[in-house]
Design a protein around this ligand. Structure first.
Ligand SMILES: [Zn+2]
Length: 292
């Protein structure tokens, strides 16, 4: 009740004041739901707005916002860039100015369920950045050249990264093309570089049942898998079970970290939160592990 009260006061006092969708720095407020959208928007918006990320470094699949500060920022923001596809079902509650950035993105189905993780495709990332750029030009036409130049720069950086990643992961350089992941997040990424993903947990990051654990153990042995890739936000109990079961059979499998860029620590963004640098780390890790 207290939180709802605060939110109402926040919105009401705001609606009585002029210029409320700017911050004390005079910049407009732009909100984003979770990490990849924050990253794309930051590239396009640059220093023209104060950006906010509602999910921050939390796990997004089961996230529900309960921070009054987030509610107030989103209610005041010119736009809340959202994703849809079950990743931020709460967005429309926080803002009447939501804008879905996934228009034109080709989503894949996985066992009859839409796989939401299209942000792990660098190609689809560019589609989403274009949508954000177009929206910013509409909101703030005076700075349209600035947004367009930022978009062009971002596209060039993403295209260069794709060429680099392809040169590292495609062709005959790797001894294995199979990636076993703790959560089935890397379908789009795998497709982009000719890899095969085997996710232990499903696309919504649910823990696997005992049947899935048994079939994973068989899959690992059949494909001579040496590593399981675990995300930094994942629960790893089921991975430990698999590693320990295999150890009993003298089959050693290690785990390594791979980021699905589902969370971002906004305060650390400039140092380590940038999407492309995280993807590059992923690619270098995969290159090392799959070459062995
Ligand atoms: Zn996920």
């Amino acid at each position: 009740m207290k939180k709802i009260g605060l939110l109402i006061i926040g919105i009401t006092s705001c609606s009585l004041m002029a210029g409320c969708n700017t911050t004390s720095s005079g910049k407009m407020k732009i909100a984003t739901t979770f990490a990849p959208i924050y990253d794309y928007a930051k590239r396009i918006v640059g220093d023209k707005a104060d950006l906010y990320c509602v999910v921050g470094d939390n796990e997004p699949h089961d996230f529900s916002p309960n921070d009054p500060a987030a509610s107030i920022f989103c209610a005041e923001a010119k736009v809340l860039f959202s994703y849809g596809h079950e990743m931020d079902t709460w967005a429309d509650r926080l803002s009447k100015n939501t804008f879905n950035v996934t228009n034109g993105v080709g989503f894949d189905e996985n066992n009859g369920v839409i796989d939401p993780h299209a942000w792990l495709s660098l190609k689809e990332s560019q589609t989403m950045m274009k949508n954000i750029k177009d929206k910013m030009v509409e909101i703030d036409p005076d700075n349209s050249t600035y947004y367009s130049e930022n978009y062009d720069k971002a596209v060039s950086e993403f295209s260069n990264a794709m060429s680099d990643f392809s040169s590292r992961l495609e062709g005959d350089k790797l001894s294995s093309k199979v990636i076993v992941t703790s959560h089935e997040a890397f379908g789009y990424f795998a497709k982009e570089y000719g890899l095969t993903q085997y996710g232990i947990g499903d696309i919504a990051a649910h823990e696997p049942d005992s049947g899935r654990i048994t079939s994973t153990i068989e899959y690992i042995k059949e494909n001579s898998v040496k590593y399981i890739f675990v995300e930094e936000l994942d629960e790893v109990g089921h991975v430990e079970t698999i590693v320990n079961e295999l150890k009993k059979e003298n089959y050693i499998v290690e785990y390594k970290t791979l980021s699905a860029y589902e969370g971002v620590n906004v305060d650390e963004y400039d140092k380590e939160g940038d999407y492309l640098s995280v993807m590059k780390e992923n690619v270098l890790e995969l290159e090392t592990c799959l070459k062995e």
